[in-house]
Design a protein around this ligand. Sequence first.
Ligand SMILES: Nc1ncnc2c1ncn2[C@@H]1O[C@H](COP(=O)(O)OP(=O)(O)OP(=O)(O)O)[C@@H](O)[C@H]1O
Length: 582
Amino acid sequence: MKKNNIILKYLYRYKWKYFLGIITLFVVDFVNLYIPQFTGEITDGLESKTMNIHGVLLGIGKILIVGAILMIGRFLWRYFIFGSSRAIECEIRNDLFAHLEKLSMSYFNKNKTGDLMSHFTNDLNAVRMSIGPAVITTFDAVIMTLMVLIKMILYVDLRLTVLAVIPLLFIAVGGVYYGKAAEKKFTAKQQAFSDLTDQVQESISGIHVIKAFVQERKELKAFGKANKENKDKNMGVVKLQAVVMPSLDFIIGFSSVITLLYGGYLTIKGDITLGRFIAFNQYIYMLVWPMIAAGDSITFFSQGFASLKRIQNIFDEKPEIFDEDTVKRVEHLEGDIQIKDLCFQYNNDAPKALNNISVHIEKGSSLAILGRTGSGKTTLVNLLLRMYNVEPGQITLDGYDIREIPLKTLRENIAYVPQDNFLFSDTLRNNIAFGAADNDLEMVEQAAKEACIHENIMNFPLKYETVVGERGATLSGGQKQRSSIARAFMKDAPILILDDSLSAVDTNTEERILENLKKNREGKTTIIIAHRISTIQNADRILVLDAGEAAEYGTHEELLKLQGIYARMYEKQQLEKQLEAV
Ligand SMILES: Nc1ncnc2c1ncn2[C@@H]1O[C@H](COP(=O)(O)OP(=O)(O)OP(=O)(O)O)[C@@H](O)[C@H]1O
């Protein structure tokens, strides 16, 4: 129960609406009880010939007034209760999204997108059902049952009411067992749905690879398996309901048979009038809905609790990266980066991705990082962006330990071009202006010119208003890369990091971009990761990483003299160049 506390906070905010909703429900259920009574009174009046047409019309008039109250009341409780549950669902969804955004990269490394997405759809839907329709059904199941029973006793007969209630007790007892079984089945059902969503999400994201490797059949098989699992888990719920719901009907039916028999007997004996006997039967039918509602409310609550636990698990997840108590008031960074004995491993079982790296990147200087794939280049920049935590003292910026700098300041002062060049399915203009304060077209164009993508964009029919496909799917690799570079240029931060960002552009374009970079980054710090020596040879310092270690460090000339990894790579690339020229 403690785990589901999160919902109380939201319910508390809407307490008045819920209160008004419950009051209206009460009024609706209360006045509803008078319809059988008015019908009974008309029957008795007609049977004993004490009622004339005016009496009948008066009775009908009363029923109509009750009908009008019911109509308004039912509108109001829907407005108050369903309205609040929708509003709460929306608030939880917003808070969940905000919380997810705060979680660290390691959380997203562990959890799958589809699974997370299903919390926003299926689980939240189940939670809404438990704080909307379930409130109505529970109220009806408890309060309406009580009110109908009281009315049966007061208006008709105590003995008859007791007999009618005995079978209903089985429902109350059975409900407890059903609730437990249902929660288990619903948890399994929600998990299966998450897995299915995940399967679809991954297949669609990777459709290019699936097609290229002709793996459609295999994917279809995997999808079929997830789909069948989802169906089986749903069938588990259906089977449970298939047993429980007819049992409910049976008990209710049994109750009406008893009351028909015994009520008929009491009427013949003259203990109750015909009108009251008819009213009693109407009351019995008025109990049918609360009994079904009892089953529904257990279903809604079980499903709601199961989903709430899954959502609660996300809310319980603490961000690893956040502003700690030691954080200082720093709003601007100059770009002096000191890395000292930096070691890092992604998790305890993993090998060290970086081992004892020490390097000083002075403000306004450029550092190039080179190294074989998997040597730790991206890891290093991820640590500079504080996507993961490092030990105190290992990374300092302008003399502040990285953990003393507010996250917002740190990331606002770094413009980053990630290796995957992710673009949003938005216009090119908005993509380029993504990290900037505004999306002034002139500035966007300037950044695009510096990244050598302006001419390409001007050739698109909608120019800067061109909407790129998901992840930039409608652009070529090089265009995507240069758009990402333009985005970083537009941010114009004291520190710029390019992670293998020129690999998909030709050497001429690369030269132009590097020239622009040199002009615009005067006095600002730049880190370039690349595999091509031509990209980095003019950097102030070059760091060569090898299996997470700093193998070589120095200027282009210094490294050539070392005759080590760098020199070998240089010779190899020179040779390749000569061969290409032939
Ligand atoms: N999220 C992660 N979780 C666990 N291990 C990781 C993660 N990201 C990278 N690694 C591992 O850390 C090591 C360094 O990876 P990194 O991405 O930093 O290499 P890189 O030099 O940038 O490679 P490339 O040139 O191919 O981009 C690799 O062994 C890699 O498998």
